[in-house]
Design a protein. Sequence first.
Length: 198
Amino acid sequence: MTRDKNWEDNFNEYDYDDHKAAWVAKQELRQSNSIEWWIYIGIDINRENMAKIGLTSGTLSTRATSKQNPFYTIYCAFKVKEGTNEVQLKQIETAIINRLWKDFTREKHITIGRWTEWFYVSPQLMRVIVHEFLCENFSQFMNCYWCPDRGCVINGWQNTERLHGRLNAPFHVSDISDQPVDFACLTPPGCGADCDCW
């Protein structure tokens, strides 16, 4: 999805039948054009059995690299709704960490001995677990919708270079779930006019 930096200036509430329809359309545009507020999974490309969970209320570019680790990159990220506050974002991250800690070994910082956000789990598996956990527990805070064919669909960003050998797209919101059953699923907000997605 291409981001429209001028979406607020171009939005005209009088293009809609009523205030409610205008408000819904404005919120959809707000969320689809937001580039801040993320829960992300980071990786060290030399350690396929480890992954990191993290958050940012800023853009993903602020978490895309590490001065201390040249082999670090973002694997994928789940888009948190614009309008979520810092406390809620931290609660989501803490809940994910606690969920992961039930099943996977958590790494301690070698120097200071504090627990890190790194776990001994493949990034692929962490992605599945985090997606399911967010859908089941925090969907009200996520840029997502429900589709009867695909279930909960959380929009986000994925590292296409790492996953598919293709050039990475900018850190914009898109559908990073499994491929839709029907091409109409790609029509915002979900599967088009005849689908029950919401």
